[in-house]
Design a protein around this ligand. Structure first.
Ligand code: IMP
Length: 461
């Protein structure tokens, strides 16, 4: 049934050569993380790229880290969409992404060294550029919070927040397009460099010597980076819009995750973009009706990096910490971006159910199930106790979350190595009971189960 917005009567008469409503592609899919990131989205994106015509990253920057294992080879990607491995499909860095050009070019060079051509990489000229002062400000802000006994956000120090802040400020922002126009870049830097020098000198750590940025050096460096980026900057917005309007299927690759969403995550311990599926159309630049299907990616347990409360964190006793250590080692739970050990906890279905509802997911991808092998008893929080009463409501606010105590259900664990399982029938009964509880609690079917890092180690349900 068509909605009023797309019904012929509600739509202005389109010109014959330029329809105003897109031809729907039944298979356009958004892939989003349902926890605090690092759920394994890269693997699912890589798997589903075959079924789509293009892949687009719509948010975040080099703070994201996607590991993709292809034929036993591990690729760690930060800015480049995981779909880059499929040379015949455009892998697009959308306008909602913030780009550190040096980082991106390093990633391209690394991929090329390993035989990935990157000919299919397309960068939006409207994406914003992370400048050196963004990274410095990120660092200084975190240091300021620590020095004033305030819990820092625990950012990746990649300049993400300050870059998005400048995007909102406008007059101190630089877009990729500006790097390709030296005159414009020079004019912009003439205002931005002194402004940033003044601000940074004022907030620099006491006793540290802040070395002011030089307009000319920055101009030379970023104009040169622009030239290197130029072959990839080919009107991503038009390309995406044309694809959307001609019924091509687009895979929207979410970075970071729903609980880190700037509006809907555990604020203020979040990142600075809309990383839920709600950000996909805006960050890619296509009508929201193009996002036809939404897959939520979740681990079989919880992890988090950086600051902020994590109600089910395994931290309260030596026994808890030993379980967390085991999961951390088996699941390689160390940041792809910063190498930080990730905080580990039991599965929190209060949080995942919230994320699933916010995104409106159609299916779940349950990742890293194999990592739980050997844990005697699996605990799952399906309610919190807040102010003495049980609730299954999740409030995306760090202060509220600090008062939430998880209420657990326990499930018998499984000891068998399941990394070779390729059908649901090959999974131990205990694993299937665990999965059924997840499906029932969230009310959404599991579509994929991942039992190892390789794309072959996947069960499609
Ligand atoms: P920022 O994005 O660097 O500003 O960091 C803000 C918060 O989000 C920090 O707690 C980071 O650790 C976290 N974060 C950002 N990106 C990711 C990600 O891709 N995975 C996990 N945590 C992330």
């Amino acid at each position: 049934m068509s909605t009023p917005a797309t019904s012929p009567s509600a739509t202005p008469t389109p010109k014959p050569h330029e329809p105003a409503t897109p031809v729907m592609a039944a298979t356009s899919t958004a892939i989003v993380g349902l926890q605090w990131g690092d759920e394994g989205k890269g693997k699912i994106v890589n798997l589903l790229t075959d079924r789509h015509d293009a892949i687009v990253r719509y948010n975040g920057g080099a703070n994201a880290g996607h590991s993709v294992v292809v034929k036993g080879e591990r690729f760690a990607l930060h800015l480049i969409p995981s779909g880059i491995m499929h040379a015949d499909k455009p892998a697009i860095v959308g306008p909602g992404v913030v780009i550190d050009p040096e980082w991106l070019l390093k990633e391209v060079a690394g991929l090329r060294n390993r035989g990935v051509s990157c000919e299919n990489l397309v960068i939006s000229d409207h994406a914003h550029v992370v400048m050196p002062w963004h990274k410095l400000e990120d660092e200084l802000r975190e240091a300021f919070l620590s020095a004033n006994s305030v819990e820092p956000i625990g950012t990746t120090r990649r300049g993400i927040g300050p870059c998005y802040a400048d995007k909102a400020q406008r007059s101190t922002a630089i877009r990729v397009a500006d790097l390709l126009r030296p005159k414009v870049l020079s004019q912009k830097l003439a205002t931005i460099v002194p402004f940033k020098n003044a601000v940074l000198a004022a907030i620099a750590r006491p006793g540290s010597t802040f070395v002011p940025y030089d307009h000319r050096t920055q101009l030379e460096q970023f104009a040169a980076l622009g030239e290197q980026l130029r072959p990839f900057v080919t009107g991503a917005s038009k390309l995406l819009l044309d694809m959307a309007h001609s019924g091509k299927s687009i895979l929207f690759e979410g970075a970071n995750a729903t609980l880190l969403d700037v509006d809907h995550g555990t604020y203020p311990f979040v990142t600075s973009s809309t990383c839920s599926a709600l950000g996909a159309p805006a960050g890619a630049g296509v009508p929201f009706t193009c996002v036809r299907s939404i897959l939520g990616v979740m681990k079989a347990y919880s992890t988090r990096v950086g600051g902020g409360v994590m109600p089910t964190e395994l931290i309260n006793s030596d026994a808890d910490r030993a379980i967390a250590d085991g999961i951390r080692q088996r699941g390689r739970e160390f940041g792809t971006t910063t190498g930080r050990p990730r905080r580990v906890g039991w599965l929190d279905l209060v949080a995942v159910r919230y994320s699933a509802r916010l995104n409106g997911v159609h299916g779940l991808c349950l990742m890293l199930l194999d990592v739980l092998a050997g844990v005697d008893t699996l605990m799952v929080a399906d309610r919190y106790e807040v102010d003495g009463s049980p609730t299954n409501t999740f409030v995306p606010d760090a202060h509220w979350l600090a008062g939430a105590r998880p209420i657990y259900r326990s499930f018998p664990g499984f000891s068998a190595d399941i990394t070779a399982a390729r059908t649901l029938g090959e999974l131990p009964t205990q694993a299937r009971t665990y999965m059924e509880f997840i499906e029932q609690t969230i009310g959404v079917p599991i579509r994929f189960v991942s039992v190892g890092p390789d794309r072959a180690q996947t069960i499609e349900c």
